[in-house]
Design a protein around this ligand. Structure first.
Ligand code: R5P
Length: 295
């Protein structure tokens, strides 16, 4: 029994200070529950509202991708510079030290390989395991216009339902089939469908014409994938344009880990995303860091 006699009466009610009721910083996310918001606030930097996600989940359908042959060698040095890591649970458990405290977005769809029809995916991670892994979000591929369009959308809505129960956001990844036009019209369609059906944020590709209409029409944050490797300055220009046109960050893989100097490149990407640095200045930073490292 506590010593009631020693109880000090609380006096500081600050009756002159109204309690703050702050809106949540992230687009479209104000009505979510605390745990879900807290996970999003780990993925997206609350100061800038943006994120640099490092994507290295490519092996889930294409095996040892160039640059990811030895994740322990190539990716671990990049982790300090990433806001968020996107990867499979297999790589997480086998290669990422549990002492890493960066937020994890786990690839939660799968079941196909580059040898077959890619849109024929299913949910491939149980929500209970995602919780066990202490992830901040689950990621699912959505193939709008693809052969298994409906199945992939339902994978997403199931993850949204299960994740919402436990406060875990769902990242919908818009996958573009070879036969589909990569234009603003397609990405408006794909991203909007994902948002309408409950995705908490969406990964899509940047397009040169009309990308600002994609972000404007999507009520939740959009991050861009990097896509295939292009010259570093071009990748920085793409990231810059996407950010200036309303993207909330990047989920970039090959343009970082396939760079000649990945540690320098991820820092240059950070400058563009979090400091609004111009691509030219960020490229200067890349070259300086690259030269210093002797890469
Ligand atoms: C692709 O399906 C993977 O999920 C990657 O996470 C995604 O494509 C982003 O990586 P990259 O920047 O290499 O395109």
């Amino acid at each position: 029994m506590p010593d009631v006699d020693g109880f000090k009466e609380a006096k500081k009610f600050h009756t002159d200070i109204p309690q703050k009721t702050e809106g949540f910083f992230l687009k479209g996310s104000n009505a979510y529950d605390w745990g879900l918001k807290n996970r999003l606030a780990r993925i997206f930097n609350p100061d800038t509202g943006r994120t640099v996600m490092l994507a290295f989940d490519h092996g889930y359908f294409q095996g040892p991708t160039t640059g990811l042959e030895r994740i322990d060698v190539s990716i671990l040095p990049l982790i300090p510079y990433a806001d968020t890591l996107m990867l499979t649970r297999g790589v997480l458990r086998t290669l990422i030290p549990p002492s890493v405290t960066k937020p994890i977005v786990v690839r939660a769809s799968g079941g196909t390989s580059i040898l077959k029809e890619l849109s024929n995916e299913e949910i491939a991670v149980d929500m209970e395991d995602a919780i066990r892994l202490n992830v901040c979000a689950v990621a699912v591929q959505v193939f709008i216009g693809g052969e298994y369009e409906k199945q992939s959308i339902i994978n997403m809505t199931r993850l949204v339902d299960m994740g919402t129960r436990y406060g875990i956001p769902t990242l919908a990844v818009t996958a573009v089939g070879k036969e589909m036009a990569r234009d603003a019209r397609y990405f408006r369609l794909a991203t909007r469908i994902c948002a309408e059906l409950g995705a908490h944020y969406i990964k899509t590709y940047y397009v040169d014409e009309g990308f600002e209409t994609v972000t404007a029409a999507c009520p939740v944050p959009i991050v861009i994938a990097g896509g295939k490797k292009i010259p570093e300055l071009d990748a920085l220009k793409m990231a810059y344009n996407a950010i200036q046109q309303g993207a909330s960050g990047v989920d970039m893989g090959r343009n970082i880990f396939q760079s000649e100097a990945p540690v320098a490149m991820i820092q240059a990407v950070r400058a563009v995303v979090h400091e609004n640095e111009t691509p030219e200045k960020a490229y200067e930073l890349y070259q300086t860091l690259k030269n210093e490292s002797g890469a």
